[in-house]
Design a protein around this ligand. Structure first.
Ligand SMILES: [Fe+2]
Ligand SMILES: [Fe+2]
Length: 291
């Protein structure tokens, strides 16, 4: 058997299914399989291939500030699904976008929660304060995953875990798999924190564009509610993560800087691949979902 494509459908789907055992499980699969040594052994092989490719395909380095700095400057013009949808996307494309994103957003915050026991002091306090917001700050109906489910209903999509996994190509699964990989390995806590910081830093302007897309296309208010929440919350989260989490974590464990940089760069790489796939399909007049 040849080496599997690290970004290919087989590897990413297999990883996604192996990780699913740690979240909501899989229909018809014994929950005990979560700690089945054979599953874990196989998963480990896939993770090594994925991680090795990410290390090769990113620039690397250990300057966390330098790698985040360009992300803080919002370009006046850009490309990517949120730019496209805000201007000339169709309602069908918006539905596709939400179906892809549901793989993560119906469990928003969960992969990152695995990181909590691996942190200490101010870094931990800052991290948890961001997570507190992701989980609705004590109100179930305000959890971001719930706001996302409301938005799916508004678009006549089914807000059910795993519902769109079959339709999701590898480019959709890969960024979510990276979250699980970073969350489930203590040794990769730097990668997890880097990807999380990247998402929070870039989320606010992207959410603004998606809110505009919903205002134009959805005919309801749930989508705007979800993205407007992120415009405001993530502007604050960005500050908390950089000044509270990253500053304290790197003061305690300076050797994690390389992995934080990897998390930022790998997260960006996978987001770019996802975005390029969607734009490529839409420009060709095709669906970006598998079916
Ligand atoms: Fe959120
Ligand atoms: Fe956030």
């Amino acid at each position: 058997m040849g080496a599997p494509d690290p970004y290919g459908e087989d590897l990413q789907l297999a990883l996604h299914l192996a990780y699913a055992l740690h979240y909501r499980g899989l229909p018809g699969v014994d929950p005990e399989r979560e700690w089945d040594p054979e599953v874990l052994r196989f998963r480990r092989l896939l993770e090594r291939v994925f991680l090795a490719a990410l290390r090769v395909d990113t620039a690397g380095g250990d300057d966390v500030d330098a790698v985040l700095a360009p992300l803080l400057l919002e370009p006046v013009a850009g490309r990517g699904p949120s730019w496209h949808l805000s201007r000339h996307g169709t309602r069908d494309q918006l539905r596709e976008y939400v179906a892809h994103r549901s793989v993560y957003h119906l469990m928003e915050g969960d992969p990152q929660s695995f990181v909590v026991p691996r942190l200490e002091g101010q870094a931990k306090a800052s991290y948890v304060s961001v997570q507190h917001d992701e989980y609705g700050a004590g109100r179930g109906e305000r959890m971001h995953a719930e706001l996302f489910a409301d938005m799916m209903r508004e678009l006549d999509l089914e807000p059910v875990h795993g519902r769109y996994v079959d339709a999701a190509p590898a480019v959709t699964l890969a960024p979510v798999n990276l979250m699980s990989l970073g969350g489930l390995h203590r040794s990769l806590r730097g990668v997890a924190v880097g990807q999380f910081a990247m998402i929070e830093v870039t989320s606010s302007p992207g959410s603004q564009r998606l809110s505009a897309a919903f205002a134009r296309l959805s005919g309801g208010t749930a989508g705007q509610r979800f993205y407007d929440e992120h415009v405001e919350a993530d502007a604050v989260h960005e500050q908390v993560l950089r000044r509270g989490l990253l500053a304290d974590l790197l003061a305690r464990e300076p050797s994690l800087a390389t992995d934080v940089v990897l998390g930022v760069q790998a997260g960006l790489l996978l987001e770019e691949r996802f975005g390029e796939h969607l734009l490529h399909c839409w420009q060709a007049g095709e669906s970006s979902l598998i079916r």
